[in-house]
Design a protein around this ligand. Structure first.
Ligand code: 5GP
Ligand code: SF4
Ligand code: MG
Length: 466
């Protein structure tokens, strides 16, 4: 999901709509904004793309105020339904509370069972609602203390933005900082209060001309109000495990996360791949858009020409994110087409970010062959995806993951390629500036590739998820 928040800027909702638009790649199922005008909260949420949900002036005018938070939904828990659209807004004993959440709680079902037993009534199937209930029933007095109280009970990956009348806007990253969250500021606010922005990625600061201030740190809560930005550290320092897949695929290439340009990491991964598993060929072709920067890096390192052998239709959302298999399969054909002029008679190196089920890859390889390619060599910029993500990226269960059940050779055969290679763990970490994958003191989450889950999977162990 994508989250975005504005504090202390006129027409905050209009800026939020723009920010969400820049974060559209993080979720296309639904979008929502809650604004606060100093007295009351206003909200608008609907299924669909940001441009469709917030394209009309009247909708934006219905969201007055200098504070607003917004959310793009990418369904991981809870189905595609309007009641599952964020931000969640609730009236409780202490006034209004709006919450937008990117990530996934690993003990949501366990907590929910306990909350339902205590009499809490849930309106949605989202894990985010668990956080709202925990804040509402907390015995502490201020929204800040209530949020800290809730934070100590939840487990998982969460980048949260909340909005309350008394405590302003709050932002928070989980103790290991698995999902991203950055702080920005509008120019011209240096000498006055306000101008603060929170966003999942820096590309959402760029779209509104905000300056990047810094990343919110793992385990940090920032409270943003008329006094500026105050940091709280409810967990102490427990390490950092930023999601490595944000670099490989999820984040936008023009974003800078944890001090690294996503684009540069991707081109370096391409270079590593070319060194590790070079092959004789005529051209390097990305599977757009996710394969583009790494294909550039691959071409550069190998000295082979980079060509647009596959053209992408931009008016279709990311195939993988559509909820059903049937739509996903349809989506692939709608999205990519082979460029015969480039492919005919050539030995082609295809560069893509991941193989999950293998269905997209198979279709693309077949399509490239049908356009006349002599050989197709698939190069993947992640290690094999062998395990599901429980921290906010929608990977299917193990039985649907091609790499969980098959050897490299079986996978090559399944996608009909002449050769297949994945980046090594060491190559991937070298692209991030390390010597190789750290043996101790891990720096990132790479659980979907390694099975090394840095945050306990409470619901799974209690058999509350399959
Ligand atoms: P497959 O070959 O497994 O059917 O599909 C893999 C493709 O899905 C890759 O090209 C990747 O870009 C795309 N994709 C889109 N969204 C996601 C996602 O959330 N996770 C993963 N692993 N791949 C995704
Ligand atoms: Fe990212 Fe994979 Fe970890 Fe999920 S399991 S947070 S996708 S690295
Ligand atoms: Mg792709």
């Amino acid at each position: 999901c994508g989250v975005f928040g504005v504090w202390g800027v006129p027409n905050a909702a209009a800026l939020t709509a723009l920010g969400l638009h820049a974060l559209q790649h993080r979720g296309q199922e639904a979008a929502g904004i809650v604004s606060f005008d100093g007295e009351s909260f206003h909200q608008h949420k609907a299924l669909g793309l940001v441009g469709d949900v917030f394209g009309s002036q009247t909708v934006i005018e219905g969201l007055p105020g200098e504070a607003a938070i917004g959310h793009n939904r990418y369904g991981t828990t809870g189905g595609t339904h309007v009641r599952n659209v964020q931000p969640i807004y609730a009236d409780y004993a202490f006034g209004g509370l709006a919450v937008a959440h990117n990530g996934n709680l690993t003990n949501a079902a366990t907590l929910r069972q306990a909350l339902v037993k205590r009499g809490c009534i849930f309106h949605s199937t989202m894990d985010t609602e668990v956080i709202v209930h925990l804040i509402a029933i907390s015995l502490y007095d201020t929204a800040i203390d209530r949020l800290m109280d809730a934070a100590k009970q939840i487990k998982g990956a969460y980048s949260l933005i909340t909005l309350t009348p008394d405590n302003g806007m709050m932002g928070m990253r989980d103790p290991l900082g698995v999902r991203p969250l950055v702080l920005g500021r509008m120019p011209g606010y240096e000498k006055k209060a306000g101008g603060w922005i929170l966003a999942s990625e820096t590309c959402a600061l760029d779209i509104i001309g905000a300056d990047y201030v810094r990343d919110i740190e793992p385990g940090e809560i920032v409270v943003i109000n008329g006094d500026g930005v105050t940091s709280l550290w409810p967990f102490g320092d427990v390490g950092r495990r930023f999601c490595i897949f944000e670099y490989i695929y999820f984040a936008r290439p023009d974003s800078v996360l944890e001090g690294q340009s996503v684009y540069e990491v991707r081109t370096r991964i391409g270079g590593e791949l070319a060194r590790e598993s070079g092959v004789e060929a005529d051209i390097v072709v990305p599977v757009p858009d996710s394969g583009v920067p790494s294909a550039i890096g691959y071409a550069h390192e190998s000295g082979l020409p980079y060509e647009m052998g596959i053209v992408r239709n931009h008016y279709v959302g990311r195939t993988f994110i559509q909820p059903t298999d049937q739509i996903r399969n349809l989506g692939v054909k709608m999205k990519h087409s082979a460029n015969k002029a480039v492919l005919e008679g050539r030995r082609v190196i295809l560069v893509d970010d991941s193989i999950v089920r293998g269905t997209t890859s198979r279709k693309i390889v077949d399509m490239v062959r049908a356009a006349g390619a002599k050989e197709v060599h698939m190069r993947i910029t992640s290690p094999p995806t062998k395990h599901p993500c429980f921290y906010g990226i929608d990977t299917p269960s193990e039985k649907h993951l091609l790499a969980a059940r098959h050897s490299l050779e079986e996978m090559r055969e399944a996608i009909n390629a002449d050769s297949l290679a994945f980046i090594s763990f060491d190559g991937l970490y070298r692209a991030l500036g390390h010597q190789g994958r750290p043996v101790a003191n891990h720096t990132n989450c790479d659980a979907c590739f390694s099975g090394d889950y840095p945050i306990s999977l409470v619901d799974k162990e209690g058999k509350l998820v399959q």
